[in-house]
Write a new protein. Sequence first.
Length: 290
Amino acid sequence: MNDKDILQRFLFENAPVRGEFVQLSTSYQAIIQQHTYPAAIRRLLGEALVVATLLSAIIKFKGRLTVQFRGKGKIKLLLVQCTQQLHLRGLVQCSDDIAPDELWEALHEGTLAIMMDPDIEGGKRYQGIVAWQGRSLLESIEGYFKLSEQLPTRLWLAVNDTSATGFLLQVMPKERPELYQDHWEHLQHLTNTLTSEELLCLDVRTLLKRLYSEEDVRLFDPMPVIFQCNCSVKRSENAIVLLGREEAEHELHEKQKIVVTCEFCNTEYVFDRVDVAQIFKKDENSSHLH
Ligand SMILES: [Zn+2]
């Protein structure tokens, strides 16, 4: 097991507060290297990957969680997905020349959404729209929990060129938070002393000891997080069927082949004339069956 890419949960024994620590290294690097991104975008993508992992572990559902941003400015699309098995993938469509100080402007003009697609066939998608708040993804997500989930939640994120890490504290659902307000404030206060350096370099055991020396914290086993895209030959074949016979013929005439490129991981699926003929034949046979 790769011990650098993990999600680890913990609980405070004397307060209804839970926490999570996420550290992404191999998966984060794999994802940011799939496209040529400006530095500011690599960081933003790192933050979004950490946020999606943290959220997929606290929101109870079976399926895939998506953090999506759509904008009209220099960032057109940011899409990060995490499955319940902690398989991550993500992409950004943006201008090549976006500078760090333009990031906020680009984000402020768009919409951020959190979506959950259940595993079951025909399951209904849940979608929550998140208003941009403050100057960061982090503040917007904290705002989302305040409004939609009614759960006091705090996040701390740190990203550099090789790692993306995050830390989350949340008052547990169904408890009466007002009874523990002082304790909750105190825990936040302690966690605010956390520096990016510490978050990026220390393991969770050391972090917890350093932050909460007076607290009784129960730490659960780490769970591995990996980069995994769910693109496949089958999905690419479906894309060709959707393209239609005429378009497919045209493409074959021009290039002698059809290349379906996965937007996420850039994997290319190449089909020649024989493959394409078989794809349409298979599709025809299966439609006859129905
Ligand atoms: Zn892919």
